[in-house]
Design a protein. Structure first.
Length: 122
């Protein structure tokens, strides 16, 4: 299942810009420097958790100034539901009124349109 992760990265002071080069690593969708507790935020897309950890490992390995990472894995949307089959259509065999030719549902005893009384079939 594909995973998305937000990776919060703390780097040595003054080096957070280096991490922006991570944009070149496949799977890194976004790499921004931020203010706050962390210095950079990366958005990573991977086909599974294995690939995600490989990508993160790549990043950390290529950037010796990374001091700490925190990975927030996005909760995937539930897989698209199978198309719900149409509500069971109970088989209504309609037939035409011999008088007005309107369609009436099977089992009708009289025409819903003109009131013509059908002969019960025996
Ligand atoms: Zn009728």
């Amino acid at each position: 299942m594909p995973v998305m992760a937000y990776v919060l990265v703390r780097t040595k002071p003054g080096t957070s810009h280096e991490l922006l080069a991570s944009r070149r690593i496949p799977g890194v969708k976004m790499a921004n420097s931020v203010f706050g507790t962390y210095d950079s935020v990366l958005v990573i897309a991977a086909k599974d958790m294995d690939e995600l950890s490989t990508t993160i490992y790549d990043i950390v390995e290529k950037h010796p100034n990374v001091e700490h990472t925190e990975v927030l894995v996005s909760i995937p949307y539930p897989p698209p539901e199978k198309p719900v089959p149409h509500v069971e259509q109970y088989s209504v065999v309609s037939f035409n009124c011999p008088s007005c030719n309107s369609l009436n549902p099977e089992g009708s005893t009289y025409c819903h349109f003109c009131g013509f009384v059908f002969r019960p079939e025996r």
